[in-house]
Design a protein around this ligand. Structure first.
Ligand SMILES: Cc1ncc(COP(=O)(O)O)c(C=O)c1O
Length: 386
């Protein structure tokens, strides 16, 4: 299906709501039944009938249809956060005594799910360097059920070979799950590589306006139905109809936003790579990136994220640089209209927390929708303090 069809029309049955262009927010918790027969019929399958909004809501269903199509998946569920989607996708595929193989630096709360939450229920894990297929293979045990990928990750952008991972997992009967938040379905479609479940923090690019926290799981009808029947309905981490309508609005401009961020980030990363105050730039689609060939093979773009190592010999210089930036906001997350800087130095010297495993001179940038030249001017003036 054409991308424009998905973003502007798919799932929108306008004749049912006065031919309105914008989708209605069906802001209801409950649905009524005209007959007992209809009541009984609805309870045969709550995923495709309107019973209660913790199960199925028309505004949310409209969003689900679009996201499934974007990922080339048969079906999709949306959650109240990316973390809820990650947790549901993993929990749905493990039982007590099972084991998960996961890339070594997944998103922080994914790591906590595996290291702290799931061990309480007898599920163990091994972290692997996902750049090394032999290491992944060695980590598989007789009780391994899930291979969890995040490619690229959102700080150092390590990449896994999706074809090779899917092939290995199929041969060992593992379910593959990938966090595709970095690339978005616009630039990487893991299901076409044989990956089973694709999860997103839709809070990032899919919504794209820094005003909704939302999670996504895409996969086959059968796998999605299993997640719906238990983790979705039982843990109840749903997205509200109002937030679903906001994400549908965000999706209208997904292509424009992604292309703009991608181009601007490329331009700014290339500029910084030549800057004398920058030691190194990490951007998967710069030829200097160690996994550049693999990135080019499985991604058609990279979006707005990249990281730099500043040529600073002490943390105070990093602090001074961050303090001088005028046009970058300092914040976590990414994927909105606004450009952001996330200095690893901020994760040092926090009382009660260990320092970051990443060096203090690493700064991650997210490039939003502003004029890239305007942003470069700001970076140049701030780099003067180093
Ligand atoms: C790569 C990645 N995955 C998952 C998440 C979790 O998503 P959310 O914050 O929407 O719960 C995040 C959030 O920052 C993330 O960066």
């Amino acid at each position: 299906m054409h991308l424009s069809e998905i973003l502007t029309h798919l799932g929108e049955e306008r004749e049912q709501y006065f031919q309105a262009v914008a989708p209605p927010v069906i802001q209801t918790s409950n649905f009524v039944f005209p007959t007992l027969e209809a009541f009984r019929e609805a309870f045969t399958d709550e995923l495709s009938h309107h019973v209660y909004t913790r199960g199925n809501n028309p505004t949310v269903a409209m969003l689900r249809a679009k996201l499934a199509a974007l990922e080339g998946a048969e079906d999709c569920l949306v959650f109240g956060s990316g973390v809820a989607a990650v947790a549901a996708s993993v929990i749905a595929n493990v039982n007590q005594g099972d084991h998960v193989v996961c890339v070594q630096s997944p998103y922080s709360w994914t790591k906590i799910l595996l290291t702290t939450f799931l061990p309480r229920f007898g599920v163990s894990h091994t972290f692997v360097d996902g750049r090394d297929m032999a290491e992944i293979e060695r980590a598989i045990q007789p009780n391994t059920k899930v291979l969890y990928l995040e490619s690229p990750n959102s700080l150092t952008f390590d990449i896994q070979d999706l074809d090779a991972c899917a092939q290995l997992a199929k041969s060992r009967k593992l379910v593959t799950i990938i966090d595709n938040s970095y690339a978005s379905p616009l630039f990487q479609q893991p299901i076409s590589h044989g990956i089973d479940l694709v999860v997103h923090s839709g809070t990032k690019y899919l919504n794209g306006h820094s005003d909704v926290v939302v999670g996504v799981v895409c996969g086959s009808k059968a796998m999605i139905k299993r997640i719906f029947d238990l983790e979705y309905m039982c843990l109840g981490g749903i997205l509200s109809p109002h937030d679903a309508a906001l994400v549908i609005r965000g999706l209208r401009t997904l292509e424009l936003r992604m292309l703009r961020s991608n181009e601007s980030a490329m331009q700014i990363a290339s500029h910084l790579e030549r800057h004398p105050k920058i030691e190194r730039v990490l951007h998967p689609l710069l030829p200097s990136f160690p996994q550049y060939e693999l990135a080019k093979k499985q991604m058609t773009g990279a979006g707005g994220l990249f990281s730099v190592y500043l040529k600073a010999d002490n943390i105070e210089k990093v602090e001074a640089f961050i303090g001088r930036l005028l046009r970058f906001l300092m914040a976590v997350s990414w994927g909105g209209h606004e450009s952001l800087a996330l200095p690893m130095a901020g994760f040092y010297h926090i009382p009660g927390r260990p320092n970051s495993a990443l060096p203090w001179n690493l700064v991650r940038f997210y490039i939003g929708l502003e004029d890239p030249k305007w942003l470069i001017d700001d970076l140049n003036q701030a780099l003067e303090v180093i």
